[in-house]
Design a protein around this ligand. Structure first.
Ligand SMILES: O=C(O)[C@@H](CO)OP(=O)(O)O
Ligand SMILES: [Mn+2]
Ligand SMILES: [Mn+2]
Length: 559
């Protein structure tokens, strides 16, 4: 159903009233796991979330937040914010970027599309540059896809290839960068044997170089630009393996924050700056952390930092990263078409919406929630508030982040009675969980719980309803485990800290004075996931969900 033929009017729910203020709280990175010392949510004081759990099974339950339930290729794929918020907002399961790229590579269609034809024009006389996250995390990119892409471009005439790597350590174990670089070097050596001049040209840690999001800190993108395009960085090495090993040996160094480096040849000159006539592919499929570099590579007029040189290149994204902005204008694989999201329906049905988070998660409750769409559906009906995040720090230094400020904004929005839905994302469990700092993550979880309490109190005051859930796990498990669940030790006998998301389910709780008597979670949807939440929220607003939405989690029983 395209939007032109869409009937936006939702049917009235047969039993549930309209007009209740609904607080929708998404705790980022807040899964449910066994209570042990590596479960920061369990260790932290979280009275608000604990009390919600007492409502099980009628008003508290778990939902799936990983794998196929959120459109990822397999059930071994951990959840992430993009797919989690997409599912929460869109109410249906869409094959997500990771899977669409897999399919396009398997069928070879990726090499037949408009995007590939466009970059191919540069293969004869220019260099093909690949820029992206080098790991098998599967959140933003996957190494096996990069390998297939490299093989494919080699077979299709690319003569000179330069890869600009971003080391991970966030979706995968810290220290794993070395192995990924070795694998890539191996592939590049094979290409060289076939006569393709293929090398790594630059690199840096994902959180320090290139992969900022929501314009939190343009310096991050600039550091990448300087290395990738200008061939300038504070560190110069003859090989990427040496670079990563040496930079990791610095005190406190880790994969996420490695400084930028360039690879130089025997003559001391960078082996792969981006110049006129080259082609560039950013190979991440996920949008949020690619939008800023895409703007720098694509926009003629650009004032976020001094690019010094703006080479005339043919640029394509692995996917289109922003459908509204049409960014980038060329891409190898079409993104999922996430249409008719709950946000769009609700605005058409008179629901006035307020959404808020701090910068690092602001796009999650707006852009991702709305199916990777920027801006408002109807500015008269919606207000989105972004609280500036701290920048230039790792969040274990400020684990409370802006949770209190987000909660205050939500509280004020609820008490103002100007909105029917007040939606927030509380980032702490996730952003601090990614640092691997257990003490700080415990503080973070408490801060998120305090914020939940403030929002629940405001809902209480206005006689509203709350829906509290999460987008995927993180803080509930901070250690890598074997199949039996036992913590894994590294060579020196230390536990292996897990900085990534998890495969755990997440809680969802409903309640508040506005919740009609007799509303409870159904028992016949034991495998329900995040995509079932949108219909649930629509019901609580007094509407039936569209028939092709995943079913609502609630039922109304006569008391
Ligand atoms: O920080 C990010 O980009 C991802 C992890 O790679 O986390 P989230 O999906 O929670 O945004
Ligand atoms: Mn998240
Ligand atoms: Mn995360």
């Amino acid at each position: 159903m395209g939007s032109s033929e869409t009937s936006w009017t939702l049917k009235d729910h047969p039993k549930l009233p309209k007009g209740k203020t609904i607080g929708v709280v998404v705790l980022d990175g807040w899964g449910e796991a066994n209570p042990d010392q590596y479960n920061c949510i369990h260790i932290a004081q979280t009275p608000a979330m604990d009390s919600l759990k007492n409502g099980a099974p009628n008003t508290w339950r778990l939902v799936k937040a990983h794998g196929k339930a959120v459109g990822l290729p397999t059930d071994d794929d951990m959840g992430n914010s993009e797919v989690g918020h997409n599912a929460l907002g869109a109410g249906r399961i869409f094959a997500q970027g990771a899977q669409l790229v897999d399919l396009a590579l398997a069928s070879g269609k990726i090499f037949e599309g408009e995007g590939f034809k466009y970059i191919k024009e540069s293969f004869e006389n220019g260099t093909l540059h690949l820029i992206g996250l080098l790991s098998d995390g599967g959140v933003h990119s996957r190494l096996d896809q990069v390998q297939l892409l490299l093989k494919g471009v080699g077979e299709r005439g690319a003569k000179r290839i330069r890869v600009h790597i971003l080391t991970d350590g966030r979706d995968v174990l810290d220290g794993s960068s070395v192995g990924f670089v070795e694998t890539l070097e191996n592939d590049l050596a094979q290409l060289r044997e076939k006569g393709v001049d293929a090398k790594i040209a630059s690199g840096g840690g994902r959180m320090h170089v290139t992969m900022d999001r929501y314009e939190n800190d343009w310096n991050v993108v600039k550091r990448g630009w300087d290395a990738q395009v200008l061939g300038e960085a504070p560190h110069k090495f003859k090989s990427a393996i040496e670079a990563v090993k040496v930079l990791r040996a610095e005190p406190k160094a880790n994969d996420q924050y490695l400084p930028p480096f360039v690879i130089v040849g025997e003559d001391g000159k960078p082996v792969g700056p981006i110049v006129d006539g080259d082609a560039v592919v950013t190979f991440n499929f996920r949008a949020d952390r690619m939008v800023m570099i895409a703007k720098a590579l694509q926009y003629e007029n650009f004032d976020k930092f001094d690019r010094v040189r703006f080479p005339k290149i043919r640029y394509a994204g692995m996917l289109e990263y922003d459908g509204e902005l049409k960014l980038p204008s060329h891409y190898l694989v079409s993104p999922p078409e996430i249409d008719r999201t709950s946000g769009e329906y609700l605005v058409h049905n008179g629901i006035r919406t307020f959404a808020c988070s701090e910068t690092v998660k602001f796009g999650h409750v707006t852009f991702f929630w709305n199916g990777n769409r920027s801006g408002y559906f109807n500015p008269q009906m919606e207000e989105y508030v972004e609280i500036p995040s701290d920048s230039g720090i790792t969040f274990n230094v400020q684990p409370k982040m802006k949770a209190l400020q987000i909660a205050e904004k939500a509280r004020d929005a609820i008490l103002s009675k100007k909105f029917d839905q007040v939606r927030v994302n509380l980032p702490n469990g996730d952003m601090v969980g990614h640092t691997g700092d257990i003490e700080a993550t415990i503080v973070a979880c408490k801060a998120a719980d305090d914020a939940v309490k403030m929002i629940l109190d405001a809902i209480e005051q206005v006689g509203g309803i709350y829906v509290v859930t999460a987008d995927h796990g993180n803080a509930e498990d901070m250690v890598k485990r074997d199949k039996s669940g036992k913590p894994l030790l590294d060579k020196s006998g230390n536990i292996q800290i897990l900085t990534s998301h998890t495969l755990q389910p997440v809680p969802i709780a409903i309640g508040g004075p506005g919740l009609s008597a007799g509303v409870r979670f159904r028992k016949d949807l034991p495998t329900g996931g995040l995509a079932n939440v949108a219909a649930t929220v629509m019901n609580l607003h007094g509407f039936e969900a569209p028939s092709d939405y995943e079913p609502s989690l609630i039922e109304v029983v006569d008391n």
